[in-house]
Write a protein that binds this ligand. Structure first.
Ligand code: ATP
Length: 237
């Protein structure tokens, strides 16, 4: 924290942060690998972003990539107020390495009454402290990615999304037994306990699956169900 000039900040961007706050924009604090990827993805999907980082070089690197980017120390309440952060409804704390700065920032955001705070935790005890402070959305990017990759490595899935409470969505090649007949005749739900929700066909893109859909060799299916069942399904020949 001492490395940042605390009483000042530099702003890049055309519009004032207060204006951004009115438009369901998101503040991303900490533009390291995780925060930067998150902020850029939000921009890509049409959400305006106010990025805050204490490092001048990082701020310069994000100039023009985010709606607004500011060099500032997020552990200073005055600074957050001057940047109109209390007027935003969603703020992500993506500071990882400096746990003290992460916790101080999260606790200030709670004090400022931000309704949706997302904070990155680097360990379970860290996450527990954030939860005790009142952060509703504690995220563990490394742990979550590790778990996700473990599922991908174990199976033959092309993608895996843990929905929570033992439920997952999997992108996988369809097993032979469901090919060339309407899904209603494959009994995929009764036999395997999973639901084929959508499918991808070369040249046609993604479509919703219905009971009448006939899956062909070369298609890719999106399957929902209990973690173990979707994993087993993706391993069928
Ligand atoms: P990643 O793995 O996402 O690259 P990390 O977990 O290693 O990041 P850090 O590098 O510690 O996390 O922090 C991410 C960013 O947060 C850095 O660019 C750093 O400059 C910024 N940062 C750290 N402390 C503060 C602070 N008090 N105010 C503003 N930005 C901060």
């Amino acid at each position: 924290m001492a490395k940042f000039r605390s009483s000042s900040f530099s702003l890049f961007g055309q519009r004032q942060p207060a204006r951004l706050a009115e438009e369901d924009s998101v503040v991303v604090i900490g533009l390291g690998r995780f925060g930067s990827a998150l902020a850029l993805e939000l921009m890509e999907s049409g959400t305006e972003v106010l990025g805050i980082d204490g490092d001048e070089e990082i701020v310069q690197a994000h100039n023009r990539l985010l709606t607004h980017v500011v060099r500032a120390d997020s552990t200073k309440e005055d600074t957050l107020r001057q940047l109109s952060v209390p007027e935003f409804s969603s703020v992500v704390v993506a500071i990882g390495g400096d746990i003290q700065a992460n916790i101080l920032t999260a606790s200030l955001l709670i004090k400022l009454g931000i309704p949706n705070i997302w904070a990155k935790a680097v360990s379970e005890p860290h996450g527990e402290i954030l939860r005790q402070l009142g952060v509703k959305h504690v995220i563990y990017p490394e742990k979550d990615m590790g778990r996700r990759v473990a599922h991908l490595v174990r199976g033959v899935m092309q993608d895996y999304i843990d929905i929570g409470e033992d439920f997952a969505l999997v992108k996988t090649a369809p097993p032979r037994e469901i090919l060339d007949k309407p899904l209603s005749l494959t009994k995929v739900r009764t036999v395997h306990g999973v639901t084929v929700t959508a499918y991808h066909r070369a040249g046609q893109g993604w479509s919703y699956a219905t009971m009448e859909t006939v899956i062909l060799e070369g298609d890719i299916v999106l399957v929902a169900g209990q973690t173990e069942r979707v994993e087993s399904f993706s391993r069928l020949p």
